[in-house]
Design a protein around this ligand. Sequence first.
Ligand code: HEC
Ligand code: HEC
Length: 337
Amino acid sequence: MNCSNEDLGYEPTPIDLEIPQLFSDNILAPIIPNNNPLTIEGVALGKKLFFDKILSEDQTQSCASCHSPQNAFTDNTPTSAGVDGVFGTRNSMPLFNLAWNYNERFTWDGKELSLELQAEEPVQNPIELHSDWNDVVQKLQNHPEYPELFRRAFKTSSITKVLTARAIAQFERTLISANSKFDKYSLGQTQLTAQELNGLDVFLSEDKGDCFHCHGNPNNPLWTDNEFHNNGLDATFTDLGLGAVTGDPSDNGKFKTPSLRNLAYTAPYMHDGRFSTLDEVIDHYSEGLQNSSTIDPLMKKVDEGGVQLTNEEKANLKAFLLTLSDPSFINNSEFMN
Ligand code: HEC
Ligand code: HEC
């Protein structure tokens, strides 16, 4: 006996992520949950949902409104306004290489424990899509195309919140960025300028920039440790970050280390978007550090205000950081609506 709308003879087409050579040479396999393997149909459905304003209360916003492909899937405002025009307190985050987030904690404070669970959140968040999952599921169910697309992806046209989030997570796992100038340099395909190489030296030197402990190195193509640190932005905290999630005061002021890939497209910077340029970010680490009880021990020169770079070292560091941006990622038509 066959259910009316379920075609049991049909299987979605599995796909493997195309893992860049630099990733397979240096880091572990991507995290793909057993209950949500990637399929051609699932990724296509997730992409359509990601760009579809049907997920918002008044049909004015989609995920892409705050996560736009040309900004490496973030937006260009310090904090983003949701459908009601109310601004949150956090900077939208760029989305790439998410399948390699080994600690499986998402958002600036780590409150979301998987991509699937994260995808459920914006739909009902009053400062984001401010909708209701029952309404969204109903709208999708009554849509001329979605029931068939869910049937192809998940072998059922009974749409649910969980399946909607799974499809979006599948699409998000395909957002891989691994083709920056620095990636090509690592693969021996291009040269860096003397200035960029000097900037790499500032980044990697304990007695200069000392950035690599948290933001990775040429053997970590993610350019983040995916951990939570207090990098000395404030002496007192209006946003407790990880501390509000764990309830542990020693986590106050800690936020997820962002990847340094694609900085050319992701301004403004930090969890609250307080810095509009990379120069301001570099000045912060050089002489703007604020001390507090939870500041990371790796911010070794906090008593001097920071790592004290010369103007030349700052310019070199910035030139190096910009080699980590990947124009092919923001121009990839597979990732556009
Ligand atoms: C109104 C703007 C807005 C909308 C709409 C929005 N987001 Fe976000 N997104 C954010 C902000 C801001 C953060 C950081 C949240 C925080 O730290 O609390 C974020 C964080 C994330 C993260 C965490 C990334 C990481 O590296 O930890 C993911 C994944 C994500 N959003 C996916 C989505 C998806 C999927 C949708 C649609 C269902 C969506 N977002 C809709 C603004 C938005
Ligand atoms: C102790 C760990 C640590 C060290 C060392 C460190 N950072 Fe960071 N970095 C972080 C964290 C955590 C954040 C996010 C902080 C926040 O938003 O509250 C961050 C944010 C940034 C950002 C903003 C990125 C974005 O997308 O918003 C840039 C750029 C950056 N760091 C560059 C550097 C450079 C350059 C150095 C060396 C001079 C450095 N960092 C040293 C942990 C560190």
